[in-house]
Design a protein around this ligand. Sequence first.
Ligand code: AHR
Length: 482
Amino acid sequence: MNTLSLHPDEAKTTISRHIYGHFSEHLGRCIYGGFWSADDTLREDVIEALKEIQIPNLRWPGGCFADEYHWRDGIGPRESRPTMINTHWGGVTENNHFGTHEFLELCERLGTEPYICGNVGSGTVQELAEWVEYVNFDGISPRADERRANGRETPWGVKYWGVGNESWGCGGNMRPEYYADQYRRYATYCRNYGSNRLYKIACGANVDDYRWTETLLKNVPHHMMQGLSLHYYTTNWNEKGPATGFGEAAWFDTLQRTFKMGELLERHGALMDHYDPQRKIGLIVDEWGTWFDVEPGTNPGFLYQQNTLRDALVAGIHLHLFHSHAERVHMANLAQTVNVLQAVLLTDGATLIKTPTWHVFEMYKSHQDAKNIPLHLACGEYTLDGKTLPALHASASKAADGSVLVTICNLHASEAQPLTVTLGGTFASVTGRTLTADAFDTHNTAENPDAVAPQPFEGAVLSGEALTLTVPARSVTALTLR
Ligand code: AHR
């Protein structure tokens, strides 16, 4: 019998809503065709769908694109903005019609915090400093005046600023010692204006490059760096495999790779605890998610992939891992919001599809800003070809109104899991929903948009301080106790 014990009395750490953040790059059809329509307006359907999952922040303009993006090209009348080549992503011509004003208007419409990533790889200190001034300064200055002339009187007060992206790779191929010095220069001139205190995020490690993390922690004064990032994609770089049409071996392999995130949070977190024992610096996982082969017939540089039940499990487990490290993980950003990698939304012309990953974010949204409940899960194994994974993975949180959300992933491809939950308190009611499908690779399409959508789950029985249920095979289940 699988057992899950919750300890609500020990729930102290808040799960920052920023763990539920997203990332949108000028890549493929994320911006153009995703957020921005062909007639140069924001897509209202995309805005509505993202509001439903309460996205707390949005990172932009990249990614690799950020380090060759020059923000001045994206302001002023659209028809006179210069074009550029998007060398990283398909070599297409970028018309700069979606720039600073459009992005910040989008964030206002979404009710989400913008997170702007500055150009360190090919931009200057002055260019980044002036971007901050343009966006945030309320007084009389050349940049603030220019912003007003472009139609925006009040500053936006953007708090989150990334100082370069993947500076160890596409952002300049720097050594950590060199980047640490560059960070100090660039961050120095990103000024606080008015009451707005910037939250500056240094480029952190690629996966398990612990030397990068340690070098940054040793060489950047801690008051200059509010966050340090980490990037990890759930993929096999040698053979990514298709996003659909896969078998159990690929299902298992992807889920196994998902757990690497837990190890990374532990080990980068341990280094941060050593150098920053008071945990002032946030670990910002600003790129995570699956990376499969592009859909056949699509531009390889556009990273367009379908999204299946497997992606839902990957999302559910990641979010649980972030919750259990919430004392250090202050933000995380799924790559990427629309039409790219593990997207929550897919568009095809005027059609909009909510992916299984969107549903997980919707089912989990009450975890945002709730208190993480420490738990102990004793469960059986899921074994395939001599390799094992835990069959279940779970998380629980307590919201301000006293309700408790328990989310459970059953990784097992074919076996439902009986589970007894000891709640550590009594509740009057339980309601539930579960997300599952007959096949591993079930996904939503224009013809069948709800092939993977949560269904009511009525199999949870409350008795005193215990809850019993059978968790369906290959599922994500959310239970709310009141
Ligand atoms: O998300 C796609 C790319 O992956 C980003 O541009 C880059 O930062 C990472 O390598």
